[in-house]
Each structure stands twice: as structure tokens, then as C-alpha cells.
Design a protein around this ligand. Structure first.
Ligand code: ZN
Length: 405
């Protein structure tokens, strides 16, 4: 019986932990400088392929002979081509006295559990073959034509504009160390699948103005540590009450939740920066701290076109020095839901409602279920008390306007 319970627990834990798509990072200095970043898609076959490629690459790296301390960097791109098809690329850079670049790509169709080749995606690839080789030869004039004649189309990525073909330099006997690639504009191809083209970023450039006057009572709700599996539901509740919030996001999770981020901005909420890896900031060097910020800014901008202006320090911990290292405005809170500590929605409501006054900033966490459970009653009650909901930037703007009255 005990054993069964244990097994059930493990199944629960495993399934509970892996439900979200997420990214994984392994950073170490034990066997040279190693930074490995890759996505967990929750598609088992695809995740197995990705991790076996990474394990193999890391194993080979560890067994390399090198006079200098070697460096391994693996980064990735991830693109949902449409509702069924996912394209993942893993780019490997190994630095010793020279630099070696390699690429591996996977294209997977969820609807029939199959990996796709370029032939599956592009109509009449054979007909295009000559044109592609001609362009490659023009671009890489040192390539060996004999080798070029047998190239495979194993590695490719797709974005909103191009299908990009990659070749590892050894394949065409080029002297280049960098990856060899060719962009083919999508509109020059006949694709065999429909492709989701992302909304153009500039749709999301401005936060929609709310109908708030200077005398209104206002409150800014904030959610840290997202995006997560809860975010869509939080947005549903906010929408129901025509409310908004400010979401301080962790950068490394952003790429997987593009739709959720665009929805935040589209429905009048704001996005702030909450660092890339959620490290304790006071332990970081200036450069590390700045990288935590800039990587998150880039990730958010990439999926939404919006550049945050607000920063919430992790664990609320910061120094004046840290503040001086960035142009982003540090935002704390005056009302703490303590949702990381309490286990009922009533406790959260008791921590928040009696303490809110006009101009308050309320701290909650995107990933804490009881905040989500308390949200509807919180909004109802604040609305009854005459509060209007604004983002933190709007709150700051309003304070300025009031001061200048
Ligand atoms: Zn946090």
C-alpha cells in the first residue's frame, strides 16, 4: 500500500511538474564554461531527441582535449509554425583556440506524431534545388561544388519572413567557421502547410488609456513570477471586471507564452521586468545584473514589441547601487497579499482589502493558486468601494498629474 502511494505520488509530481512548457538552463564552470539552454516542449518524443542531442554534445565536449579552458554554448530558437507543427533549432558553439559552430533542427507535427522533413513543408523542393545551390555558391564562393551537389536539407528554421536553410561548414568543405545559411523568403515558396504569422509587434506598442479622472480612487494590482499556467485565468477574471494589472515577468519563461503576453497588453495590462533567472540580485556583479535585465527586456520586446519601463527586484531585495545600474524604475509595493505564505483565499482577502488605499500597489504572485482564487472577490469588493484599476505606469502618471495640480 505504501509502495503504491509512493508510486502515485511520483506520477503526480512528475505530471504536475511537467505540464507547463518551459525552458531549461544548465550553467556551470566545472568542465570549462558551459551554458546550455533548451526548451521543454512536453512532447515526449521531441524532448527526448533534444535532450539526447544535448547529452551527446556535452559528453563530447567534456572529453575534448584542449590547452585552453574550453567553452560550450548551446542556445535555441522555438517556433510554432501552426497549431500542430513546432520547429526547434539548437545552435552549438564550441570555443577553444578556434570556434566551431553546429546546428541541429527538429520539426515535429503533433497531430500525427511525426518529425517532418523539408520535403514535407515545401512544395517541389527538387525544382528549387538548383536555385538554392546557385545562391549558396554566390554567397560562399570558397564552397566545393562537388560537396554542394550532395547537400541534404536536414537543418532549417522558419520565422515569419524566411525559411532558413543551414549547413554545417564541413558539409560543403568551406573554410568558414560560422554556420552556413541561406534565407529564402516565404513568399517565394509554395508551402504545404499553413503558417501562423505572428501579429505585427507595433499593434501592442501602447498601453491603452483608461477612463480615469484625477479624483478617482485608484489601485494597481501586480503579479510577480509569471507567466505561468495561471496567467490566462487571471486575465479572464480581470477582463470580466474590466480591470487590469501589472505583470512582472521572469524573462526565461517569456518565449513560451507569447500569446499570453500579447493578451496582457491588448487588454490594457502592463508588463514589467522581474529579471531573467530570478536570482538574488544583491549577489550579482553589475554586468550580471545588467544582463538579467537586458535579456528580459529583449525577450519581452521580441514577442510583444513592447519595452518595459518598470522593474521589480526579486525577493524585494535591492541596493542603491543596483538602482543606478539601470534606467528601469524600481517598483515595490505597499500592500502584500502574502500569498506565498497563506493557504486560503480569505487570508489573502484579509491581507489585502483592509490595507488598500487610493494609490496602493498590491503584491500578488502569478503562480500562487490562492491569489487566483481570491481575485474575483477582491475585484468585486474594490469595485464596490469605488476603486478604479490602473497599471503601475498609469498610477505613477496620475500621481505626477496630481502633484502638478
Ligand atoms: Zn519574484
Amino acid at each position: 500500500m505504501k509502495k503504491l502511494f509512493l508510486i502515485l505520488m511520483i506520477i503526480f509530481l512528475v505530471s504536475g511538474c511537467t505540464r507547463d512548457k518551459r525552458t531549461e538552463s544548465y550553467i556551470s564552470k566545472d568542465d570549462g564554461y558551459v551554458s546550455i539552454n533548451y526548451p521543454i516542449t512536453n512532447i515526449n518524443v521531441l524532448d527526448d531527441e533534444i535532450s539526447s542531442y544535448i547529452n551527446k554534445t556535452y559528453y563530447n565536449f567534456k572529453n575534448m582535449n584542449s590547452k585552453e579552458i574550453p567553452e560550450l554554448n548551446i542556445s535555441y530558437t522555438y517556433k510554432e509554425i501552426n497549431d500542430d507543427i513546432i520547429n526547434v533549432s539548437l545552435q552549438t558553439e564550441i570555443r577553444t583556440n578556434r570556434t566551431i559552430n553546429k546546428i541541429k533542427t527538429f520539426t515535429y507535427n503533433k497531430s500525427n506524431d511525426k518529425f517532418l522533413t523539408m520535403e514535407d513543408l515545401v512544395d517541389d523542393l527538387e525544382g528549387l534545388d538548383f536555385e538554392i545551390k546557385k545562391e549558396l555558391l554566390e554567397k560562399y564562393q570558397d564552397a566545393d561544388m562537388d560537396y554542394l551537389s550532395n547537400i541534404s536539407y536536414d537543418y532549417f528554421t522558419i520565422d515569419d519572413e524566411n525559411l532558413t536553410i543551414y549547413l554545417n561548414p564541413a558539409e560543403i568543405k568551406s573554410k568558414h567557421d560560422n554556420l552556413i545559411y541561406l534565407d529564402i523568403p516565404l513568399d517565394s515558396l509554395k508551402l504545404l502547410v499553413d503558417i501562423n504569422v505572428s501579429q505585427k509587434p507595433d499593434t501592442y506598442l501602447s498601453i491603452k488609456k483608461k477612463n480615469v479622472s484625477l479624483d478617482d480612487k485608484v489601485v494597481a494590482l501586480t503579479f510577480d513570477d509569471g507567466p505561468s499556467k495561471n496567467t490566462d485565468e487571471i486575465l479572464d477574471v480581470l477582463k470580466k471586471y474590466k480591470a487590469c494589472a501589472t505583470f512582472f515577468l521572469i524573462g526565461n519563461k517569456v518565449e513560451f507564452y507569447g500569446d499570453v503576453l500579447r493578451r496582457m497588453l491588448d487588454e490594457g495590462s502592463e508588463i514589467g521586468n522581474h529579471s531573467y533567472d530570478h536570482k538574488l540580485l544583491t549577489r550579482l556583479s553589475k554586468a550580471e545584473f545588467q544582463e538579467e535585465i537586458s535579456k528580459t527586456q529583449e525577450a519581452i520586446k521580441k514577442v510583444t514589441g513592447f519595452t518595459p519601463t518598470l522593474f521589480r527586484p526579486t525577493y524585494g531585495g535591492y541596493t542603491n547601487a543596483l538602482k543606478s545600474y539601470t534606467d528601469l524604475k524600481f517598483v515595490l509595493w505597499d500592500v502584500d497579499s502574502r500569498d506565498w505564505q497563506v493557504k486560503t483565499k480569505n487570508r489573502i482577502l484579509n491581507n489585502v482589502l483592509p490595507n488598500v488605499k487610493s494609490g496602493s500597489i498590491v503584491l500578488m504572485h502569478d503562480i500562487k493558486d490562492y491569489s487566483l482564487k481570491a481575485l474575483e472577490e477582491m475585484l468585486e469588493s474594490l469595485k464596490d468601494d469605488g476603486y478604479k484599476f490602473v497599471t503601475v505606469s498609469e498610477l505613477l502618471e496620475l500621481k505626477k498629474l496630481r502633484e502638478s495640480e
